[in-house]
Design a protein around this ligand. Structure first.
Ligand code: ZN
Length: 237
């Protein structure tokens, strides 16, 4: 009798273990994630503002590399000065490009033309002193908080630097819960060309990034850097 109960227990344990293994294995996304096999109908650029952050940015990069996903980093000049080795490391990878998010992350509309010029110029100069491949540093900027006016555009135009905002604003900088962030992207990401604004120093964004990649992949998006959307033609092959 005792033997029977013990045996039954073993069966239950074996069954449970088998069940756990199958649950764990069945949605093996990495196996299904094969960009070569997909016919893309849409393109999306993941863009990360602020930073570089000494830990979060590199962790983000590690996950993007894991899925072979290109991205654009809008770095802040004074942070680039602090962590030049991170910028050098990122730009050595063919997946990534960097863009200008000003030197001090101030509201550009409150600055004089000369100050706006300095914000953009000094960041560009720092980038080019660190990054060996010029093509990795985009002549693109994003004003902090998306705040701009005629004066900002005039200065940027005179420097041949193009302003790029976003098509999807996620509010991730407020560290909104992962679930909410993902459902926002799920709901808003519907057009053929999307530029998603995210941040590289936010823990919830980091926690959500793998699911965001999966979601966009299964929605049929091809990942590109932002310049490909801004300047590109024939993006979808
Ligand atoms: Zn910012």
């Amino acid at each position: 009798m005792k033997k029977k109960i013990v045996l039954r227990r073993y069966h239950i344990i074996i069954l449970f273990t088998f069940l756990m293994i199958s649950i764990y294995r069945s949605p093996a996304y990495e196996e299904k994630f094969n960009p070569e096999r997909v016919k893309y109908s849409k393109v999306v650029a993941l863009t990360f503002d602020d930073g570089p952050h000494p830990y979060y940015t590199l962790e983000l990069v590690r996950l993007l590399v894991k899925y072979n996903v290109p991205a654009t980093f809008f770095f802040v000049g004074k942070q680039v000065e602090k962590y030049p080795e991170i910028v050098e490391y990122i730009t050595q990878n063919s997946l990534f490009k960097v863009a200008n998010h000003t030197y001090s992350h101030d509201n550009l509309t409150k600055l004089s033309e000369e100050q706006i010029f300095n914000e953009l110029y000094s960041t560009d100069k720092i980038f080019r002193s660190i990054v060996k491949d010029d093509s990795k540093v985009l002549r693109i900027f994003r004003p902090p908080g998306g705040r701009f006016d005629e004066k900002v555009l005039k200065v940027a135009n005179s420097m041949n630097i193009k302003m790029v905002l976003w098509t999807i604003f996620t509010n991730d900088h407020l560290n909104i819960p992962k679930k909410k962030l993902i459902s926002k992207i799920e709901d808003y990401c519907v057009s053929d060309k999307e530029i998603i604004l995210l941040h590289s120093g936010v823990i919830e964004t980091l926690n959500a990034i793998e699911e965001i990649i999966r979601l966009l992949y299964f929605k049929g998006y091809k990942f590109v850097t932002v310049d490909e959307i801004v300047y590109g033609e024939n993006l979808i092959s």
